[in-house]
Design a protein around this ligand. Structure first.
Ligand code: SAM
Length: 189
């Protein structure tokens, strides 16, 4: 069993931050697995804003959260994460992006480089001191490769006095495996 996959590592790295986070974003709710992780591991007064552009993704996520009695602190938002600023006007402590398309669904709806970069940029600008963002990219397909490049090109420019950026790449795996980026805000600027 592969325990070191990008999603699992992202969750492990975020866990201690989630435990004291009050403003949390799941930028790609999908089937709600990450939303559930965030809801189950955040404090009582935490609010999770879960975005997705697909109605069925929001419905599946809601159902998953309700089945686990964990929906009370989640606001589901049927809109693009590119509009995050319209919904959240305070500092964000934790955000997760799991890019690409909904597993098991038709692949016509997927995250796109422009909107992804818009959202990652806006959330980075709203990050609290010590706040953290994870982004998992899927360079195994064309759009995913462009998106991965766009994410990499953006995060690499973040000032080292303000942010630490980590990149986790499974370098011995073929077929362009998922890549995890983690951005942590390390200054009070
Ligand atoms: N985190 C999810 C989970 O735990 O099940 C998996 C997410 S799935 C890989 C990617 C999701 O991103 C899809 O459900 C898709 O509809 C959504 N998506 C695509 N473009 C989006 C956008 N601009 N804003 C928000 N969600 C988007």
């Amino acid at each position: 069993m592969q325990t070191l996959n990008a999603i699992r590592v992202a969750q492990q790295l975020l866990l201690s931050k989630v435990a004291c986070a009050t403003c949390i974003v799941d930028a790609t709710a999908g089937n709600g697995k990450d939303t559930l992780f965030l809801a189950q591991n955040s404090p009582e007064n935490g609010i999770i804003y879960a975005f997705d552009v697909q109605k069925n993704a929001i419905a599946t996520s809601k159902k998953r959260l309700m089945e686990h009695n964990a929906d009370n602190k989640v606001q589901f938002i049927l809109d693009s994460h590119a509009n995050v600023k319209s919904y959240i006007d305070r500092e964000i402590d934790v955000a997760m992006f799991n890019l690409g398309y909904l597993p098991g669904e038709c692949h016509t709806t997927m995250t796109m480089p422009e909107s992804t970069i818009q959202a990652v940029t806006d959330i980075t600008n709203q990050l609290s001191h010590g706040g953290i963002i994870s982004v998992v990219t899927y360079p195994g397909h064309d759009n995913g490769q462009k998106e991965n490049r766009a994410v990499r090109d953006y995060v690499i420019t973040l000032a080292a006095e303000e942010f630490t950026v980590l990149c986790l790449d499974m370098i011995n795996h073929g077929n362009n495996p998922p890549i995890l980026y983690v951005i942590e805000k390390i200054s009070r600027k």
